[in-house]
Design a protein around this ligand. Structure first.
Ligand SMILES: [Zn+2]
Length: 352
């Protein structure tokens, strides 16, 4: 393993960040290559735990001559967001200066030529230079796994329809319970930026069997531990072996994903009509009927007349819930996977 430290100067004198890039050189130049990063949203750590436990497995494979394709790992992809604390709380989703989500507004390139991206020392804000740098690191690889997590959540994947059904193997390897499929725009999330150049190729040249680009949602914010980190690392390892990036004859992945594959427009985003205390009636993983009680927002504490109870617009599965219990008007409260288009469907990513 080679460790590369990439320094990006800050936007004012006396500041800089350091991106730590771990590289494993493959011995077979025809093998599929892989890029894995975690914590683009600062404090989303289940993926970081997975990579923490995966790296020693990769080192072992390397010492035994079993790395076939190049592997690049960036366990902490966003040192800017990781350092954003305010009043003792970590806030890693939106960049302080611009209020732009760290996983939106990536450059969408028409080809794999990255020479037009912002230079590492160019006259651009640090967040933009960081995004350009992450894209430069990822684009040479056929597999790009961006490891995130949701609030309280099952383990699930975002996948562009161009990579389905080929990527059911990843869902099987990780034990994902659902796939959210998309084909319009994800507001230029990292996943879309890595998918975009692929989609500009004629279908026959996309090589979907070799490629895999996804946002992995490794359950919820607090699902960070030795057990989950180890099993997620093993899942990633199984997938990399299955795709021929690593050689390991002891691993035999059975592709048997049979969870829901839900287009984004079929996801019911249940939003708070007013602010207040959140009382959930359902947990993640629950299958509910249309009209089932999902959540009550208590707008007037002490007076039940102020309670607003939201019900399921259609039957489906509860994929995620917010972890906070105090909401503002318009906040997302939970995601329900439906089987038909949501009346509230809108283009772009599900969340701000
Ligand atoms: Zn995230």
């Amino acid at each position: 393993m080679k460790t590369e430290l990439i320094t990006l100067a800050g936007d004012v004198p006396g500041n800089s960040i350091e991106l730590r890039v771990l590289r494993f050189a493959g011995k077979d130049e025809k093998a599929v290559t892989a890029y894995l990063q975690s914590s683009l949203h600062g404090s989303e750590l289940p993926g970081q735990a997975a990579l923490h436990f995966l790296v020693p497995m990769l080192e072992k494979a390397e010492s035994e001559g079993r790395i076939a394709g190049d592997i690049t790992v960036v366990p902490q992809a966003n040192p800017v967001g990781s350092a954003q604390w305010l009043a003792h709380q970590h806030l890693g989703r939106f960049e302080y200066f611009s209020n732009v989500n760290f996983n939106r507004s990536f450059p969408l390139l028409e080809s794999f030529d990255a020479s037009g991206l912002a230079a590492i020392d160019g006259p651009k804000a640090l967040a933009e230079r960081l995004k350009a740098q992450l894209l430069r690191l990822a684009l040479p690889h056929e597999i790009v796994l961006d490891l995130h997590c949701d609030d309280e959540s099952e383990s699930y994947l975002y996948i562009h329809k161009a990579f389905l059904p080929e990527m059911y193997d990843l869902a099987s390897a990780l034990g994902s319970t659902a796939i959210l499929s998309w084909d319009s725009t994800a507001d230029a999330a990292f996943e879309e930026a890595c998918t975009h150049p692929v989609l500009q190729l004629p279908e026959a040249e996309r090589n979907a069997k070799r490629r895999a680009v996804t946002t992995v949602e490794f359950r919820g914010l607090n699902d960070v531990g030795v057990d989950t980190g180890t099993s997620d690392a093993e899942g990633l390892y199984r997938f990399l072996v299955h795709r021929g990036v690593i050689i390991d004859t002891d691993i035999d992945l059975k592709v048997e994903f049979n969870g829901p594959v839900t287009p984004l427009e079929n996801v019911e985003m249940i939003r708070a009509p007013q602010g207040g205390m959140v009382l959930f009636h359902v947990d993640i993983g629950a299958e509910v009927e249309a009209g089932a009680k999902l959540v009550t927002v208590v707008t007037t504490p002490g007076d039940p007349n102020g309670d607003i109870t939201l019900t399921a617009p259609q039957a489906g599965r509860i994929l995620t819930r917010r972890s906070h219990r105090y909401t503002r008007r318009g906040d997302d409260l939970l995601k329900l996977l439906g089987s038909k288009r949501s009346d509230n469907a809108r283009p772009g990513s599900l969340e701000a």
